[in-house]
Write a protein that binds this ligand. Sequence first.
Ligand code: SF4
Length: 297
Amino acid sequence: MSTFEEKICNACPRHCKVDRNAGGIGFCGAASLPYVARNDLHFFEEPCISGENGSGAIFFCGCNLNCVFCQNHTINHRNTGVRVDENLLADMMIELQGKNANNINLVTPTPHIEVIIKAVKKAREQGLKIPIVYNTNGYETVDAIKSLEGIVDIYLPDFKYCDNELAKKYSRVNDYFEKASSAIVKMYSQCGDVVFDENGIAQKGVIIRHLVLPATLYNTRGVLDFIADNFPKSVNISLMSQYVPYVETEFKDLNRKLTKREYERAVDYCLMKGFENVYIQELSSAKCIYTPRFSQE
Ligand code: SF4
């Protein structure tokens, strides 16, 4: 956080005019110290992240987007669970490693970047060896990603929109495409394509995720066009079909699941672009059982 005429939080591109250290609350709703809603093994990420042992997921409260279709909507704009400083967060990481987690999976980490950096350093001093996964909605500053060099091993960014009108409508953000695309390019320059261990578990790299939404194939194509134009064909992509209407919204297109035909067209377009490393889901993944339960619900 830095000081101009007013204190502002610089953790993400919103640059809210709040001093979180003095109790200010910005768009994300995050306090000065993070709240963790859940920390446990998680089995529903990509196979190279979850594997058989599970991913050591730490779900943070507070989100700098406000997607109307969010599967974690119960925690994203309120602080619930355990309030942690860097010591407690480092302890959680060590505990998850003790449960044989394949990695530490920081879910919605963006507002908490300063504490996360300190915690990872502490945990590594205490023997943390497994990779750190930065599981983000993609709305990041390039400066934030620069500060994570040497801290994060694997980036798992969403690349939700190429269409800023759609981003505004569904996630209350005006400049998603510019910010997310620049941040993801930076992530790739740090970590590159995924490197696997002998068991097929990711150790380093970037997996760009795109959730295909109902009735927005043009947006999916735009995202894939950008990736094709700015990354090698070897880049790892996860094309997700798991959209579920968790809450009824004012947008009628969002009040249904994706159709088989819509997802097939997205997959066909992705393959037509020549990408070599694409995770494709079964439509049966679109079930609420793949959404974690938070103990405070
Ligand atoms: S992290 Fe939160 S408070 Fe800080 S700029 Fe982003 S939305 Fe605003």
